[in-house]
Write a protein that binds this ligand. Structure first.
Ligand SMILES: Nc1nc2c(ncn2[C@@H]2O[C@H](COP(=O)(O)OP(=O)(O)O)[C@@H](O)[C@H]2O)c(=O)[nH]1
Ligand SMILES: [Mg+2]
Length: 384
């Protein structure tokens, strides 16, 4: 009987290992490198070895039944997909910036100057900016003086609602004006590497999913790889694409894209642009020209989205100023919020420049672009 038990346990382990190897090799074979595929799924749950280790249970089963049970328990193709990561999960780094300060505040019996010092440090580290931080804390100080706030938890609740309140009321919709004679054009601008091309890929996928026909204009002619990258995204999202030659004129790519979209009755042109040229002045001039040309024929530019990398913090504010002056920015896409401790830039951009954050990038895969909801965002930062 002892041998049977050992034999069965060994058999179970061998089968479980075999399933593991098959699953891993299938996953590896499935990944195509670029752009990144969906995040890895959790491993297949191992067969229930514990129940088989019970000696009584084992003696009741004959080996054929065990084999059948194992085959049934390992539906490799039917593994449920993992729940998508929530905004809360993706904002772990940003939340960590505040966590220490919040526990410092909560660890005191009342609310005093030290509590304000903790909060000030956290807000500044999150790149909320000096101006907004001062305003937020002054408001809270007044409430403490008026005895409206006496407890630590009240202080944090008040800060949370002040921060949400600051972001209320902005128009975060992506504007699309249906027209019979030509496409809407959404332009994407921003410095090199912030995530313009990736965002276009993700957004094209959403728009196609919503029933719009989409054409991408590969207006970053600075390097050939940029058009290649956009082509991959076009294939993945089911969008059309117009490319130019390397080093060619970005405006003419966008002009051709609008013409093609008009001829094919396509709803929306997503125009990629270069993040760098030889000098900064030229880049801004170039972008102005792209915009003019996009509207020269039947196209109309209904969004100019500035893409900002959240990990660069206050640098993003400087970029927003420069691009805003040149191109009439209608909204911000804040990317890489998943890896940033500096999500506070949202407040600086909205408060100091009045440009609404419309979309947020929270990862590298096609589904990692979400609409920006301030309450949800602020709540994720405050979750304790
Ligand atoms: N973690 C993370 N990475 C991103 C996000 N958006 C873009 N990236 C990555 O940032 C890098 C630069 O993106 P790209 O779209 O080429 O930037 P572009 O130069 O502005 O077009 C790529 O490796 C992207 O995968 C995001 O929201 N989160
Ligand atoms: Mg690019």
């Amino acid at each position: 009987m002892g041998f049977e038990v050992i034999f069965l346990i060994l058999a179970v382990l061998v089968v479980a290992f075999g399933i593991g190897v098959i699953v891993v090799s299938r996953r590896n074979a499935a990944s195509d490198g670029q752009p990144p595929a969906a995040p890895p799924r959790p491993a297949v749950p191992p067969p229930q070895v514990d129940t088989l280790v019970e000696p009584e249970a084992v003696t009741e089963l004959d080996s054929e039944l065990v084999d059948e049970a194992l085959v049934e328990e390992a539906p490799v193709e039917e593994v449920a997909p993992p729940a998508p990561l929530s905004l809360r999960d993706r904002l772990a780094k940003a939340r960590a910036t505040f966590a220490g300060a919040f526990s410092g505040v909560m660890g005191r019996s009342g609310v005093g100057e030290e509590s304000f010092e903790d909060l000030e440090e956290a807000l500044l580290r999150a790149d909320v900016g000096v101006g907004v931080t001062t305003e937020l804390l002054d408001g809270l100080r007044a409430k403490v003086e008026a005895k409206e706030i006496t407890e630590p938890a009240q202080l944090l609740d008040a800060l949370q609602s002040e921060m949400s309140g600051r972001l209320d009321g902005a128009d975060r919709a992506l504007h699309y004006v249906p027209a019979d004679d030509g496409p809407n054009v959404w332009m994407f601008v921003g410095v090199n590497g912030v995530g313009k091309t990736t965002t276009i890929g993700k957004l094209a996928n959403q728009q196609v999913g919503d029933g719009r026909s989409v054409l991408m204009a590969a207006g970053d002619t600075f390097r050939a790889a940029a058009a290649e990258q956009l082509t991959t995204w076009a294939e993945r999202s089911g969008a059309d694409i117009v490319r130019g030659s390397e080093g060619g004129d970005p405006s003419s790519v966008v002009f051709d894209a609008v013409e093609r979209a008009t001829a094919r009755d396509i709803d929306l042109v997503l125009a990629d642009t270069a993040g760098r040229l030889h000098t900064k002045t030229n880049l801004m001039e170039e972008l102005r020209k792209v915009r003019r040309v996009a509207e020269k024929g039947t196209g109309s530019v209904t969004e100019t989205l500035l893409v900002i990398d959240a990990t660069t913090g206050q640098n993003g504010l400087t970029q927003a100023r420069e691009f805003g002056e040149a191109t009439d920015v209608t909204g911000v896409v804040l990317t890489k919020l998943d890896g940033s401790a500096k999500g506070g830039i949202v407040f600086a951009v909205e408060t100091e420049l009045g440009i609404p954050v419309k979309l947020v990038g929270v990862g590298e895969t096609i589904d990692d672009l979400i609409e920006f909801h301030p309450d949800e965002f602020v709540a994720a930062l405050f979750e304790r």
